[in-house]
Ligand binder design. Structure first.
Ligand code: HEM
Length: 502
């Protein structure tokens, strides 16, 4: 008899374990295949590739540099706008086409308003993803958090808060330009400066605090937010293959450390004085007043300090998204002098020489706004998929509960070398039309009393606009742009353009 060494025993055990997992996987996928009857209709499952054991269809995505290209090819291969995929152990549906995306986000928003249950999201937010504004499922607490934020994050045009925001942005611009002037003829790292200014705009507006460029703690906090933002925006195989999570142990520990440092800064420099000074409901001048009033007065739904601080950090952390977006905008236009020229002409035509452009000029600057929207279209991250909370349908196919809904943003389309005026104006018209339609839908639903579910969807206009622009853009036109610039085109898959956290 051949003696069994420890290595042989180990290999045999691994082989049996792998076979057991494959069998389990096979049995599970057989069990989940079903047709559901909804409102007397038999809903077929959407078509899609047959998943491999364990990996599901991740091997297909692995062949592409960005998932959107895989999604687009699958649509072509299966001749269907809605595709079923299994990513590792997670069943997913990829939704293409504006009508179908609208069905998920707006018309049946309340069927699809949960978020994936990835272990990473729990680890990132103190062990419970419900602490996060973006990764939580819909709940009364989320509704309260969103309602409290509304007045501060969507100020009505020319209201007092809107004018205040405009003034804060103007002052930060003033500081940044003066700082750059004082450094003329020296190399400057643009990103830290831009992030600092954005963070100050957010913190001055939301918390009535302002920090100087030399403030070490603030600089550290801004850098920590940027690192967390980068990590949050990554898509990890471990999200779909949870048994790989232990491999991220060190990374998760680093993130917990950064988040902890952010929390320490926020408590010490922003919140604690205000909390200690509170001795009864105060008039709400900023978002901190609003949050402290809610927690201290024990308003319903009750919110713990922990939850309130996570909301605070989530919303302050929005500065990282904006700062990184601005860095990308600058990066894109730096190598496109034609785009810069048209944007400058548009700004000059305002006739406000010597003054900064303000929010009040937005409507007169469609080209500048389209540059920003175009950049958002390219860099928008697909990290916040929706999850169905009940059996429902998308485009007459099954969108059953616990399925992750991933929208295809066709992100692989390039930023054209020449952003033509008519092209840009079309993008703007489309974005406005979608916005108007959403607001109309919201009003209609308000009348029928189910506002909360639709509010969540319709107010995240920026997400839908981004997708809408990509969806409604005439594909022939984009192809034509790409041909125009053959050889010179630099898109996302060009390493020089890979944005990472930016
Ligand atoms: C470059 C700018 C930004 C981009 C491209 C972006 C993109 C997105 C996208 C695509 C979603 C998912 C929408 C959905 O699934 O319906 C989302 C959700 C969200 N974003 Fe942003 N975002 C940006 C800036 C911000 C900022 C500055 C903040 C905070 C101040 C913020 C806070 C949120 C929140 C709280 C959600 C979750 C909304 C919900 O589900 O209720 N975002 N964002």
């Amino acid at each position: 008899m051949i003696p069994l060494t420890a290595t042989t025993c180990f290999l045999i055990a691994i082989t049996f374990l792998a076979l057991a997992l494959i069998l389990l996987d096979h049995l599970r996928s057989k069990k989940t295949a079903k047709n559901v009857i909804l409102d007397d209709h038999v809903l077929p499952e959407p078509p899609g590739p047959r998943p491999w054991p364990i990996l599901g269809s991740l091997h297909i995505l692995g062949r592409y540099d960005v998932p959107y290209k895989a999604f687009a090819d699958l649509v072509r291969d299966y001749d269907c706008q809605v595709i079923k995929l299994r990513m590792g152990s997670v069943p997913c549906v990829v939704v293409n086409g504006l009508e179908n995306i609208r069905e998920v986000l707006t018309i049946k928003g309340h069927h699809f308003d949960s978020r994936p249950n990835f272990a990473r999201y729990h680890l990132l937010f103190g062990g419970n993803k419900e602490n996060s504004l973006a990764f939580c499922n819909w709940s009364d607490v989320q509704k309260a958090r969103r309602d409290m934020l509304r007045a501060h994050t969507f100020p009505r045009a020319f209201s007092a808060r809107y004018n205040e925001l405009n003034q804060i942005i103007g002052e930060e611009m003033d500081f940044m330009i003066n700082h750059l002037d004082s450094l003329s003829n020296t190399n400057v790292h643009a990103k830290p400066l831009i992030l600092h200014s954005c963070a100050n705009v957010f913190i001055t507006y939301l918390c009535s605090k302002n920090f100087h460029l030399e403030h070490d703690g603030f600089r550290h906090m801004v850098a920590n937010f940027d690192k967390v933002f980068f990590e949050v925006n990554q898509g990890y195989a471990a999200d779909f293959l949870p048994f790989l999570m232990p491999l991220h142990h060190r990374n998760m520990a680093r993130m917990a450390h950064w988040s902890h440092e952010i929390r320490r800064f926020v408590i010490k420099n922003i919140i604690s004085d205000r909390v200690n000074a509170w001795n009864g409901v105060v008039p709400e001048k900023d978002y901190v007043d609003c949050l402290i009033n809610h927690v201290k007065s024990g308003s319903e739904p009750q919110m713990s300090w922990n939850t309130a601080l996570f909301v605070m950090e989530d919303i302050i952390g929005g500065h990282t998204a904006i700062g990184n977006l601005l860095v990308k905008v600058l990066g894109f236009i730096a190598t496109r002098p034609n785009v810069q020229k048209v944007a400058q002409e548009e700004i000059d035509s305002l006739g406000i020489a010597g003054n900064f452009v303000g929010l009040e000029n937005r409507r007169s600057l469609p080209y500048v706004e389209a540059i920003i929207l175009e950049t958002i279209r390219i860099i928008a991250s697909p990290i916040v998929p929706h999850v169905a909370n009940q059996d429902s349908s998308i485009a007459e196919t099954l969108g059953t509960s616990n399925i992750n809904i991933q929208q295809n943003q066709e992100r692989h389309l390039h930023l054209p070398q020449q952003l033509r005026a008519e092209h840009v104006h079309r993008s703007m018209d489309v974005a406005r039309e979608i916005h108007t339609r959403q607001i109309r839908a919201k009003r209609k639903v308000t009348e029928t009393g189910t506002l909360s579910t639709v509010r969540r969807r319709s107010e995240v206009v920026h997400g839908l606009q981004t997708r809408a622009i990509s969806e409604l853009r005439d594909p022939g036109h984009v192809t034509e742009e790409l041909h125009d610039n053959a050889g010179e085109e630099r898109g996302l898959h060009d390493p020089d353009w890979e944005p990472c956290s930016a």
